[in-house]
Structures are given as structure tokens and as C-alpha cells.
Design a protein around this ligand. Structure first.
Ligand code: PHE
Length: 336
């Protein structure tokens, strides 16, 4: 047996194991379950006691030799990698992080601004009924928004995709009594041709504040706070407007300035950015949802997130938000 082991030793020494694949084959041949060493161990059992020591030492030498060859092959692999110029001590690069969608970034920031002054977030269903989108909000039966041209009906007259987040106002007013101080983000749908300035699905954030003695001055102050926080601008104006569910109604513009060419473009040469619609909740709307309009009053506002994101990031085409083109989305990767 001694001879056999010595022969194997010289055989192992003579072999060159240079890469990981060869090392694995080599390992299986000698150390595997049915390998050479397994047989030797069996044979070793039959060695007479007085020879065991000598043979055992030799067997161990063979085992070590085999192991060293395998280790050596791994080392060779690293050496090859090093000579190819790779620096194996270099820390791994950053894991690729996804980026937030610009709509999510703006949505979060707006909700955050209002949450700092006590507004909590509420959501409602996208598939609605006529009451929550129109009737409960004082839309007269002949109002054009109720028309097939503007509204997507799901089935019949009373299942439709909400055309604005004002529907969530109605749901919340029905559910509880004032004080109510909420912001309501969500997706809305209108039957409009898709173009660079309009889309059939987009996002809004609605605000509602109802309590005793809420006045137009409160609305104005709240919007001024928002303009300062979000746009960093301290000048706003309220232009008279009309919504069926608010009286009086207004559109809020923020003074942006007219210094650069971009300023001209995004303000259409006026210096003013159109930001949102708002007004005092019409007493008839409060009453329709079971709130006593002699005790309570409130204001509401609603804004389109896409429009605000377009202004903020100078995006010229609304469709970019929906195409999920990675070249577009990656530009927002450093923004949280
Ligand atoms: N719902 C209105 C719209 O979609 C916006 C709005 C909300 C106006 C709340 C006034 C008060 O245009």
C-alpha cells in the first residue's frame, strides 16, 4: 500500500491544476464520494496495526498535497483576475437604486406641506356614482361635465370614473361631522384627447377644511402658506371663477416672475402661474351631505399634479409622465 500511495503522490505532484473547473474535476477525482482517497481509506482499515502509523502519515501527506493543489488553483484564478487589471480590493459599487416618479415626488411634497398645518390624507374610489361626483356637489342636471363627452361611464348612468377628486369631499362629509381638515390625492379621468397638454387620466389633490367660522381669509392664508412652501414665492392672486360646489369661487395664481425665457414660456408671458381652483364650500353642498350650514362653513381647493410637476421640472409634454421611458424617469433619481 505504501508503494501505491507514493505513486499517487508523484502523480498528484505532476499534475497542473490551473483553473476553477479543473480544480473541481481534480477534487472529485481524488476527494469525491467515490474518489481515490475513499478507496484508500477503506484499504487502510486492513493494514496491520504495526504498519498503521507509517501508512497513516503517508496518507495524510497525500491528502494535504491534494488539498494544496486545489487551493493553489483558486489562487491562480485570482492571479489571473489581478493581472487582467481588476482591483479585487476595491469596494463594490453602489447598488442601482430606482427613482421615484415625478408625480409621486410632487404629490408627496404637497401632502407633506399640508400635513404640517394639520391636514390629514383621505382617499376615495376611482369608480364612483353620479351622486358623489356631480349631484352631491350641486352640479345642475344639464351641466356639460355630466355629458358622455367629458365623463367615462362604466355601465349605465350611475357608474362612472370620477372626473375630479371633489367626490372624496362628499364621501368624507357624509361620513363625519366637522371639524374636517383633509387633503385627498387621487387619479381622475376625463374623456379628453391625449395631447401634450391633456390626458384622459391624470392626478389631482383636493383640500377641504370645514369648521365653525371658517372664512375666505382662512382660505387665502392657507393658499399663501402653500405657495411659499412649495414655490418659494410669496405673492398670490385670486381671480374670480366658477365651480358649482363653491361660492364664491376663485383660481389661484402664483407670481413666478418674468426674468428668463423659461419664465415667459411657463407663465405664457404673464409672469403668473395658474395653480389651482378653490372657493368657499357652497352651503347647499354642506346641507346635501348632512352638515348644518348655519353652524359650519368651509373652503375647498383642487389642483392638478401633472400641471404643477410640469411647471416645476420644465416638462413640455404631459405624455412623458405616462410613457415610463427610463431616460425620462432616471432624471429624477436623485430627488426624493
Ligand atoms: N374639482 C375642481 C376641478 O376639477 C377643482 C376644485 C376643487 C375647485 C375644489 C374648487 C374647489 O377643476
Amino acid at each position: 500500500m505504501i508503494e501505491k500511495i507514493q505513486q499517487l503522490l508523484s502523480e498528484v505532484e505532476a499534475q497542473s491544476v490551473t483553473n476553477a473547473d479543473a480544480a473541481e474535476a481534480f477534487r472529485i477525482h481524488y476527494l469525491g464520494r467515490k474518489g481515490v482517497l475513499k478507496d484508500l481509506t477503506e484499504e487502510f482499515k486492513a493494514v496491520p496495526n504495526e504498519m498503521k502509523r507509517e501508512v497513516g502519515v503517508l496518507l495524510n501527506t497525500l491528502k494535504n498535497e491534494i488539498q494544496q493543489k486545489i487551493e493553489g488553483a483558486k489562487g491562480d484564478d485570482q492571479a489571473v483576475a489581478t493581472s487582467s487589471g481588476a482591483d479585487l480590493t476595491r469596494p463594490a459599487g453602489d447598488l442601482p437604486l430606482g427613482s421615484r416618479h415625478p408625480i409621486s415626488i410632487v404629490r408627496r411634497e404637497i401632502l407633506d406641506i399640508f400635513s404640517r398645518i394639520g391636514f390629514t390624507v383621505c382617499e376615495g374610489p376611482e369608480v364612483e356614482d353620479d351622486w358623489h361626483v356631480f349631484s352631491g356637489l350641486n352640479f345642475p342636471p344639464e351641466h356639460p361635465a355630466r355629458d358622455m363627452q367629458d365623463t367615462f361611464f362604466v355601465e349605465g348612468e350611475d357608474r362612472l370614473l370620477r372626473t375630479h377628486t371633489s367626490s372624496v369631499q362628499v364621501r368624507e362629509m357624509e361620513r363625519r361631522q366637522p371639524p374636517i381638515r383633509i387633503v385627498m390625492p387621487g387619479r381622475v379621468f376625463r374623456n379628453e384627447a391625449v395631447s401634450s397638454r391633456s390626458h384622459c387620466a391624470f392626478h389631482q389633490i383636493e383640500g377641504l377644511y370645514i369648521d365653525k367660522d371658517v372664512s375666505f381669509a382662512d382660505l387665502k392664508q392657507t393658499l399663501l402658506y402653500f405657495a411659499k412652501e412649495f414655490f418659494g414665492k410669496a405673492e398670490i392672486r385670486l381671480r374670480p371663477s366658477y365651480f358649482p360646489f363653491t361660492e364664491p369661487s376663485a383660481e389661484m395664481d402664483v407670481y413666478w416672475g418674468l426674468e428668463t425665457e423659461v419664465d415667459h414660456r411657463i407663465t405664457k408671458g404673464t409672469g403668473w402661474l395658474e395653480v389651482l381652483g378653490c372657493g368657499m364650500v357652497d352651503p347647499a353642498v354642506l346641507e346635501a351631505s348632512g352638515i348644518d350650514s348655519k353652524v359650519y362653513s368651509g373652503f375647498a381647493f383642487g389642483m392638478g399634479i401633472e400641471r404643477i410637476a410640469m411647471q416645476r421640472y420644465q416638462i413640455g409634454d404631459l405624455r412623458m409622465f405616462f410613457e415610463n421611458d427610463l431616460r425620462f424617469l432616471k432624471q429624477f433619481s436623485s430627488v426624493s
